[in-house]
Each structure stands twice: as C-alpha cells, then as structure tokens.
Design a protein around this ligand. Structure first.
Ligand code: FCA
Length: 345
C-alpha cells in the first residue's frame, strides 16, 4: 500500500534552544549529536492517543515504539481520553524533556489550545488520524498531519457493502441501511458522507438509508445508536450496517444480534480492520462481514519518524500525508495482516 504525500513540505532549518524550563520556554535539549544537533538518545517524543482501549491505537503505539527502538530515541506513551488529560500530558511531556509529540486528540476543537501550549514550550506537533479544528470549525491545515483519505475510504466501504448486498440477493424494498454517524468529527463525517454517496450510486434510495448518530465513539455508543433506530424501524427485514470505523459497525451489529438478526439478514462493513479482526477470528461468522484495512502500523511508525527527523535534523515533514486501505474479510484477513507484519492476537 502506498503512502501518499499530498503536499511536499519545505525543508526548514531548526534552531535548538538549549536552555530554559517551565512555562513559556523551550525544553532543554542536550546536543550529543553532530554540530549542535541533538543525537538520537537526546530525543524524547510523546505519543498521545484518545482511545487507548481501541486496538487501532494500540497498534499505532506499538509501531511508534518500534520506530523509537529502531532509531534509538525515547517514546513516551500517553493515553488522554479528555481535554484535561491532554493539557496535563503536554505539561508532563515538557517536564520530562520531550521536544514534541504526535497526537490523536479526544476533541479536535482543542486544536488551538494544544498548539498554544506546545508552542509555548517550543514543542513540535504532528496530528495523527484526527485533524485539529479552529474556533470557526475549520481544519487547521497549518498543523502537520498524517491521516487517511477519508473520502476514498468511505467510498470503498460503501462500494464493498453494495457488492456484498448484491450477492445476498435480498428484496431491495425490504432492505434498510443503518449508517452509524459521528458528524462532530471531520474524518468520521467525510467517511460516512462518502459511504452514503456510494450507496446511492449503487442503487439504494435515500429513503432506505437511516443515520444512527453515536454519542460516543465506542461499541456502547454505536450499540445505543442502532437500538434507537431498530426501535423506530421494526419492520425492516434485512439490514446493511456501516459507520466511520469497525467499532461503529460492531456495536450496531451487536444491537441487531440482540434482536435476532444473523448473517442471514444482516451484513456490515467496517473501517480500520484492527477491531474487525476479532470478529473474523470467531469460529462462527458474525454480521461484521468485511472491513477496510487501514494502516495503523504506518500511521504510528511514519508520524513518529517524521517528527523524529524534524526534531533531529530540522527536516520539516509534508504538511499532509494520507494513507489508503484495502478490503479484508474472513477469507483473507490472516494473509493481509501477515503481509503488513501486524499481529492479530
Ligand atoms: C479516528 C477513529 C479511529 C481510526 C482513525 C484512523 O481517530 O476514531 O478508529 O479510524 O480515525
């Protein structure tokens, strides 16, 4: 799978401020490297994630650690499930001498506050997966980002679901689509908007596609969202399920199962692959029929590697780096994960 750089960043010199501590100053950077550049062992990088319980973020962090081990710098793993934890985490990282961090924030609206704090400490920042937004809800395109091509991935998920539904040959007028949404998050909205487009292009009518908004982006959040929809639509015989990630689809499928739906009348396609694996591994197939396998490994490794070179050599990374994905299911997941070197146990 190819990593695509959308914008080629400028290579800028990086001046290291060698003294100072506490609020409003840059972290102290020892310089055991060549000239006045820091050596690998002088470098500490934070890896902050919003949902440490999700396998996606565990794999990302695993590969960020691999990058640190291969290059000889120190990676500081930080779970931060809310805004307060993020702010405390940045203070702690600074106190530990980290020169920068990669972050998937629990709330993208924290972007301006996170950047203000990071800049006050002279820390470099790369966002991973979720982009910051400003006070006007606009993406902060000046902050370096590594993420996925949410439009293409959404489209692929929608097209996969259409193809799977066609194979089932269910009567079109008895099919409903449960589209689990989380429109507060840009990458999620772009994904589900494009799933919807692909379903319409595949012959589904707007009137048979129902959005189920998640309040939280965990299994419980999507299970609750789907339960509300199922209560409102008790007469639908066949369900297709989609959402912004595997967790969204797994929760909705659990809600369907509680009402007696099986693979005979319900199928779903997730995104990430990292959580759908648990479904594919089950002896009996579940309605989580497929997923779009994304590169958690590459997101973790590359984002950290880019930040490392930025701190160490002053090589500014591209402003925007995007990854693509591929369809996985029960038949091919083991081979695909093996190819990427991503563990499935
Ligand atoms: C978001 C989702 C994750 C993953 C990531 C690429 O952060 O919450 O599950 O899909 O984008």
């Amino acid at each position: 799978m190819k990593l695509k750089s959308i914008f080629q960043g400028l290579s800028l010199g990086f001046a290291i401020v060698a003294v100072g501590c506490g609020s409003g100053s840059s972290p102290q950077v020892a310089t055991t490297g060549e000239g006045n550049k820091p050596g690998p062992s002088d470098i500490k990088i934070g890896y902050i994630v919003k949902q440490p319980e999700e396998r996606w973020f565990q794999i990302e962090t695993m590969f960020a650690k691999k990058c640190a081990a291969e290059n000889g710098f120190k990676l500081l793993e930080v779970p931060a499930q809310d805004g307060d934890k993020v702010m405390v985490a940045i203070d702690n990282l600074n106190a530990q001498g980290a020169q920068g961090f990669v972050i998937c924030t629990p709330d993208t609206h924290l972007g301006p506050a996170i950047m203000r704090k990071a800049e006050s400490y002279g820390m470099k920042v790369i966002t991973v997966d979720d982009q910051f937004v400003d006070a006007d809800n606009k993406i902060m395109v000046d902050v370096h980002h590594m993420g996925l091509s949410a439009d293409k991935i959404g489209q692929l998920s929608g097209e996969t679901l259409v193809a799977m539904a066609k194979e089932k040959n269910w009567p079109m007028d008895q099919i409903g689509v449960c589209l689990v949404t989380f429109e507060e998050l840009d990458t999620a909205k772009v994904r589900t908007d494009n799933i919807l487009k692909a379903l319409l292009a595949g012959g589904f009518k707007e009137t048979q596609i129902f959005k189920a908004p998640q309040k939280t982006t965990d299994v419980q959040g999507s299970l609750d969202a789907a339960n509300i929809l199922l209560t409102q639509k008790p007469n639908i015989k066949y369900w297709l399920v989609a959402g912004m990630n595997d967790t969204a689809v797994i929760g909705a499928v659990r809600a369907m199962e509680q009402r007696g739906f099986t693979t005979e009348n319900c199928i779903g396609c997730g995104i990430n692959g990292t959580e759908a694996v648990e479904e594919f591994k089950k002896a009996k197939a579940t309605s989580v029929t497929a997923s779009i396998l994304m590169r958690a490994d590459e997101h973790g490794f590359k984002s950290t590697e880019m930040l490392y070179h930025w701190i160490k050599d002053g090589t500014e990374p591209p402003k925007d780096t995007r990854t693509s994905g591929m369809v996985v299911n029960r038949d091919n997941f083991a081979a695909k994960f093996k190819e990427l070197g991503v563990p499935i146990d």
